[in-house]
Design a binder for this molecule. Structure first.
Ligand SMILES: NC(=O)c1ccc[n+]([C@@H]2O[C@H](COP(=O)([O-])OP(=O)(O)OC[C@H]3O[C@@H](n4cnc5c(N)ncnc54)[C@H](O)[C@@H]3O)[C@@H](O)[C@H]2O)c1
Length: 251
């Protein structure tokens, strides 16, 4: 798969899967524009230069900031080929059953996990159209199609809606060369799951439960995302792609 001189916007680039996608695209000659609320990590600074990385430390829930960032990307790189909407939050201690959840937390999770994708997609689609197309990959979770015994209702509902949003985008602009797909990660070792650092027994139990026999790593998700960006996937749009070690086939 070749990404030489392609331009990709990545949200959630400072950590986990978003960071890995950025490192892999840079290594393959791509240009990357990253958006994150956190600072640019050292690893990313070391793997890039001013000519192949733009970094925006902004909050994705701020539409004005997102639109401003996209304008700057077009001014410098002149096009956008791909968009990875990776940023998301799972607030274990605050995200609860809808009977108990603080409704401000509900709204905030919806804004970060779902509405942020509306912000990036509506800012970027016009540029993809004028460039003859593009590929968008939205990150949900495998729990969106199988449910979760631990009620995290804001997370679950926001991630479920991502599947519908993806299909709507794929329907609307497929004829203009824009593809849109969802990746559904299973359990993946990233900073989002730092709680596992203190519970090796849980990691072992999850690994044993998965048909593949191990928890995922960010590279597993980056590989899938780069495939969905590539020409090799040019007939694939509107799908929900599990990258979950087989969790979706377990009861
Ligand atoms: N790790 C898992 O086990 C797992 C499982 C299923 C789904 N997912 C999903 O995969 C995606 C990537 O997860 P990860 O494990 O790499 O997470 P992560 O926590 O390592 O990275 C998420 C990034 O999003 C950024 N972010 C959060 N809120 C933001 C905001 N308002 N504005 C800008 N940036 C913001 C964070 O700063 C962080 O850099 C998420 O959407 C997550 O819900 C993860």
């Amino acid at each position: 798969m070749s990404f030489k001189d392609t331009v990709t916007v990545i949200t959630g680039i400072a950590s986990g899967m978003g960071l890995q996608i950025a490192l892999d695209l840079l290594e393959k000659g791509g240009k990357v524009a990253g958006i994150d609320i956190s600072d640019c990590p050292k690893e990313l600074q070391e793997a890039s230069s001013d000519s192949n990385l733009m970094y925006f430390k902004i909050d994705l829930t701020d539409i004005v900031a997102v639109e401003g960032a996209v304008k700057e990307v077009i001014a410098k790189f002149h096009k956008i080929d791909n968009l990875a909407n990776v940023a998301g939050v799972l607030w274990f201690e605050k995200d609860k059953s809808l009977l108990d959840i603080d409704l401000d937390v509900w709204d905030q999770v919806m804004k970060i996990n779902l509405k942020s994708m509306v912000h990036t997609i509506r800012s970027i689609v016009p540029h993809m159209k004028s460039n003859g197309g593009g590929s968008i990959v939205n990150f949900s979770t495998i729990q969106a199609i199988r449910g979760d015994r631990a009620p995290q209702d804001a997370y679950s509902a926001s991630k479920g809606a991502v599947l519908s949003l993806t299909k709507s985008v794929a329907m609307q602009w497929g004829c203009e060369g824009i593809r849109c797909n969802t990746i559904l990660p299973g359990p993946v070792y990233t900073p989002l799951q730092k709680r596992w650092d203190d519970t090796p027994e849980i990691v072992e139990a999850i690994s044993n439960h998965l048909p593949i026999g191990r928890i995922g790593v960010a590279k597993d998700l980056s590989n899938a995302c780069l495939f969905l960006f590539s020409k090799e996937s040019s007939f694939i749009t509107g799908i929900d792609m599990p990258v979950d070690g087989g969790l979706s086939i377990c009861c």
